[in-house]
Design a protein around this ligand. Sequence first.
Ligand SMILES: [Zn+2]
Length: 434
Amino acid sequence: MRTMPGGQTATAETDFDALAATALTRCDTVAECTDEPGRITRTFLSPAMERCNRVVQEWMQAAGMVVNVDRAGNLRGYYSASSEAAPRLIIGSHLDTVPNAGRYDGVLGVMLGIGLVEALAGRRLCFGIEVIGFSDEEGVRYGLPFIGSRAVTSTLLAPHLARRDAAGVAMYAALDRFQAAHPDAIDPELDARARAYLEFHIEQGPILEHAGLALGVVETIAGQSRATITFQGKSGHAGTTPMFLRRDALAAAAEWLTAVESAASRMPGLVATTGRISCEPDAANVIPGLVRCSLDVRHADDVIRRAAVEDFLCRAEAIGVRREIEVEHVLEFEQAAVGLDLALVKLADRAVSDIGISPRHMTSGAGHDAMIMAAHVPSVMIFLRSPGGISHHPDEAVYAGDIAAALRAGMSFLEGFEAHLEQFSESERKSCTI
Ligand SMILES: [Zn+2]
């Protein structure tokens, strides 16, 4: 038995394994809410998202939360504290998916939030817990990720709202329709009493599995650069043009790709990917004249990332000069790295240590709602091991034992959060002494 937040005590009888099994079953149930029969697809404000919200809302209410949907379609369950003015901890993730998705990306983080409230078994803490199921993180419908968390942080702007989906429906029109159907929807704001954001998420990569760890603590979300590199050579007959007279754009691009791969491999934490390549004229008996390659570069340190991109572009230029190939590039997108809150990272470290897992700090290579939230409220993420590192795929999986570990660590986090709040105002501290 140990002291729990709110001065209460919890017996060792909290059945985390049962709560983990419930979370898994709920992920299965949510997976049935899909826009495409036979595979899991839930996009922003779609009929499947409506059904998903209704189902998750029932679980939130049964756990003792007051539930609202906000005008951006985010599902928001509030488990009240011992006093109205008490600070709040937000636990959230997203309920939308990529097309043909797995069943745990995002959804599991929301289920863990609900599971933690259930583990409290009605005990009230000195801080409230808001569980948010964000309506869009993947950005499938509007080609813009994080719509849900942008709305909550008041960073969903006019150019975003003017975007149109594949059917030509502008986002503001979709939101108008949603709001007409939900006249009771609340403002999509961050509550002024919010003091922290915690997000559980599957890792979506192989690092924790490789390290034999169930959980990891995310301290940084990697910054990202995207570019397109064009190699312009000269097409020619594959049979009549001798090798020494060729200006083969694809051979130049291939040399560059392997140079990038080996340079990136030498820099710890750096990842560089060319996932898309087009070749013209794309015929078996013609020397390639024009090749376009995508480049995606990520690192936790923006200086290292920018230097790497510069280096890769210089290498392309040098290869071009040597091979008489014109090389051009367009930098299309840049996103700075986001550091998560140091104090909360420490708190998460302790929570993970408390259950016997040595804390492993990680950089998230993927973007998450925490990336948006972190600019507005101190934020931290805890990753759960992804078997096989598989995600954005129907084979996405998670171990029940890892979910139980996440729930145990989550309870420990709640305990530590009480002490953490002491750095805040006198009145908030008072609300913690019930
Ligand atoms: Zn996700």
